[in-house]
Each structure stands twice: as C-alpha cells, then as structure tokens.
Unconditional design. Structure first.
Length: 249
C-alpha cells in the first residue's frame, strides 16, 4: 500500500535536510583544503570582449546542465548578482551568486538522493534578443566585462528533459520512472556577456505543490538567505526565510 502523504512529506523533508548537511560538510572540507583561498579568492575577470564571453557561455552552459548531477555548476559564467526566479510553482526568488551556487549544491545532492541515476538532456538552445528596455535589476551585477558589444540584452532559452527513477514514488513520479520537460530562460548581461538572470519559465508536468511547502524547504531557504534576501511565495501565500531559520539547522 502507498504511504500516506504526511509520511512521504517527512521523507522529502529528511532528504532536503540531509542534503543541506552534506553541502555544509563539502564546503567545510573545501575550506580546510584551501584555508585562505576557498571563499575569498576572486574569480578571474572575464574577457573584455562581449562576443568572446558570450561564446564561452553558450559552449559551457549546456555542458554544465547535462553534467549537473555529477559535477554541479561552475560559477565563472554567472554575474556576482545573478537573480534566480521560479514564479510559476514555488515563487522562489533570490539574488546573489553565493546563494545561487548554494542552491545548486543542495539541489544536486537532494536529487541524487531522491532519484536513481537522474539525467538532464538538452533538447534545444537558442538566443533571442530582448526588445523591451531592461529593468534596473535585470541588468545589475555585471561582474566585470568590458564595454564592447551588447547594445541590447540577450536571452538564452534552453529546453530540457529530466529523467530519473524515484526512490520514493509517492511524491514525485511513478514506479516506471519520472520524466519532466521544461525550459530555462537566461538573461545575458549586456556589458559582460555573463548570465545575470536565471528564470525557470516552464516545467511539465507541474511538480507536486506539496514539495514547496515543507519544513525541509523552509530550512533550505533559511540556509541560502543569511541576510533575508530570499523569498518563497506561492500565489496567495508568501513566506520570507531569514537568518533565524538557518540558525536552527
């Protein structure tokens, strides 16, 4: 018999909480291996040439996405003030490369724990110019880069397929495996050529809403938002997770 919903949610909570603890251990070990360089060492500045940087982003982005569950993300193609948003299901949004990389690390660990051999396959990648004037926040945080090229902003749309066999099929997917299709929209900074916005623009089928309202996710949000810069809203509900949540971990 299928487990009840509350038991399944508790399993998902534990998965997120375990992922947070593992991410913390990984970061602690990294700091021990590189005592004075781990977090303070600045990233090398991107090339001054906008076209060269954009070309590097276009090559590295699909490679990073398809190898995400094994290798995670490389921060060098994102601006320091990258903004992440998932407006359609969870309402999660935040700004900052450290938060973005922290989210990616926890998500990678949690998905590997929840699914057997998860994979991400890129179906299509296309560039499209942004005709409307850029908003102040969408173009902020250039993270370096020269003044050449990029008079307007560019979006990079990526269509993908996620597949994996869920270890706990009561929450996500079924016994024959899970398959989700979706689209990411990345905004390219007009000066540096780096990614300054990552929007989850579509996921099909829609993920179960229960996974966005669990205690484990609240703890995750608190860990990622030490200064209260991250929010989680879900249509008529809105929650902000501040540093107090992280202190309970």
């Amino acid at each position: 018999p299928a487990k009840d919903a509350s038991a399944s949610m508790r399993e998902w909570d534990r998965t997120i909480q375990d992922a947070i603890e593992q991410a913390r251990r990984e970061l602690t070990n990294k700091e021990k291996e590189e005592p004075k360089q781990a977090e303070s060492k600045p990233l090398p500045p991107p090339p001054d040439d906008y076209v060269t940087t954009l070309g590097r982003v276009m090559v590295e982005l699909p490679i990073q996405l398809e190898s995400f569950f094994d290798d995670g993300l490389d921060p060098s193609i994102y601006t320091e003030q990258i903004r992440f948003t998932e407006p359609r299901h969870s309402g999660v949004q935040f700004t900052g490369r450290s938060q973005y990389m922290g989210m990616a690390r926890v998500l990678r660990i949690a998905m590997n724990a929840w699914f057997s051999s998860p994979t991400m396959t890129i179906l299509m990648l296309r560039q499209q110019p942004v005709s409307a004037p850029s908003s102040p926040d969408s173009g902020s945080g250039g993270g370096g880069g020269g003044s050449g090229g990029g008079e307007g902003q560019m979006d990079v749309c990526v269509r993908w397929v996620f597949e994996g066999m869920p270890r706990h099929s009561e929450i996500i997917g079924g016994g024959n495996g899970s398959r989700y299709e979706g689209e990411f929209k990345y905004r390219i900074h007009p000066k540096s050529g780096l990614i300054c916005v990552h929007e989850v623009s579509a996921i099909h089928p829609a993920p179960p809403t229960g996974i966005f309202a669990t205690a484990g996710l609240a703890r995750w949000m608190g860990w990622l938002a030490p200064r209260g810069s991250l929010s989680l809203s879900n249509h008529h509900h809105h929650h902000s997770y501040k540093s107090e949540d992280a202190s309970k971990l």
